[in-house]
Design a protein around this ligand. Structure first.
Ligand SMILES: [Zn+2]
Length: 368
């Protein structure tokens, strides 16, 4: 049997004149029926005090049946009245002990405490397990997508030191229309695989921060980078709209490869504002198809192909493919930063397909 440490209670001045054994005897008599309290006082030659005060002078007794699972010391009981003791409690942490000490229970308790600590740290908005350091050398190796991401993060959230961005706060913003694509593109930024960009704290060189805020010289990008990012944004915005329109009508999106194939063609000649029209009409047609045939799977699978066919036959019949407005989803921060701040073409980025000519004739483009 394990013996647990004992914490000795302090003895009040009132009883200090007595030996340890006598004090124990006083306590035993106090809880017994044989003696009245004045008799106990007399028996041990103690100062005469009131009955109520007397009880407070008695030191707590050890209760060997219960050990504090945390502090692993033998519990105490206080004296409440004659023949009445308190519940056992821990002399160290003060916890009232109501269960028997059980080593397994204790292990579970410790594990729970650990988990809770981790959880509390995670919940702390200022605690970050992951840090991404962007110094000048690092910055120069980044893709335009990554620079635009950092530009938005800095613009929205950089601290007064002009170098810290707390990723958790980025959750409040719509940075890009497609989270999956965003995480994929950000991998090269130094974010550990499997970690979300909102779980990191970004430490950015102040000169880099200033460059991102001013967005001068198109962040050192060349035409090809700008053209590619325009396409990436056009695809992401089209996909966001498509999935949104489909889910409104309880259609599921499940042909990502087909989407990529069809829409990478569509956006060569059609603006995002026009793909919205094609998507809107195709989903409406799919609803009609579903109403006629009663086959949801067939209807939802027809949508992407319909977009391509409409893009082909509308012009042959002299029907315009209209330019829709952004109504359903607001523009993401990266899209705004890229078209308004970096290219400075604003709504042209939405109303025209990605076009090298536009980029070339963008006379502010010093890299051309
Ligand atoms: Zn304790």
């Amino acid at each position: 049997m394990t013996t647990y440490p004992i914490v000795e209670p302090e003895i009040s001045d009132y009883l200090k004149c007595l030996s340890k054994e006598s004090i124990q005897e006083v306590i035993d008599l106090f809880h017994g029926k044989e003696y009245k309290i004045p008799q106990i006082i007399e028996k041990f030659g103690l100062e005469k005090i009131s009955v109520n005060t007397f009880v407070n002078k008695l030191p707590p007794v050890h209760h060997y049946d219960l050990v504090c699972p945390e502090c692993q010391v033998v519990s105490w009981k206080n004296h409440l009245a004659r023949n009445k003791k308190s519940d056992p409690f821990c002399p160290q942490c003060g916890e009232v002990l109501i269960y028997d000490f059980d080593p397994e229970e204790r292990q579970r308790h410790i594990e729970y405490q650990k988990e809770r600590e981790v959880w509390l740290r995670m919940m702390d908005p200022d605690y970050y397990e992951y840090e991404v350091v962007i110094n000048r050398a690092r910055y120069d190796t980044l893709t335009l997508f990554q620079k635009v991401f950092l530009g938005c993060a800095v613009q929205a959230l950089v601290e007064d030191d002009l170098s810290t961005v707390k990723g958790k706060l980025l959750k409040e913003f719509k940075l890009f229309p497609n989270q999956e694509k965003l995480n994929e593109e950000l991998r090269g930024l130094g974010i550990i695989e499997g970690v979300d960009y909102t779980e990191c704290k970004y430490i950015i060189d102040v000169s880099v921060t200033k460059e991102l805020l001013a967005c001068e010289n198109k962040l050192g990008s060349v035409l090809k980078d700008q053209f590619n990012l325009w396409k990436v944004i056009a695809m992401a915005e089209s996909k966001e709209y498509l999935i949104g329109e489909m889910s409104t009508n309880n259609f599921r999106y499940h042909h990502d490869n087909k989407f990529k194939e069809v829409f990478s063609n569509l956006i060569q000649e059609h603006s995002v504002s026009q793909t919205f029209h094609l998507i809107n009409k195709s989903v409406a047609d799919a609803c009609k198809l579903y109403a006629q045939r009663g086959n949801r799977y067939l209807a939802e699978n027809s949508i992407i192909g319909l977009c391509a066919r409409m893009a082909d036959y509308y012009p042959t019949r002299g029907w315009p493919i209209l330019k829709y407005e952004r109504r359903r989803f607001h523009q993401s921060l990266m899209s705004q930063y890229f078209f308004n701040k970096l290219l400075k073409i604003g709504k042209v980025g939405f109303d025209y397909p990605p076009l090298l000519e536009i980029l070339i004739h963008n006379n502010l483009n010093k890299n051309y």
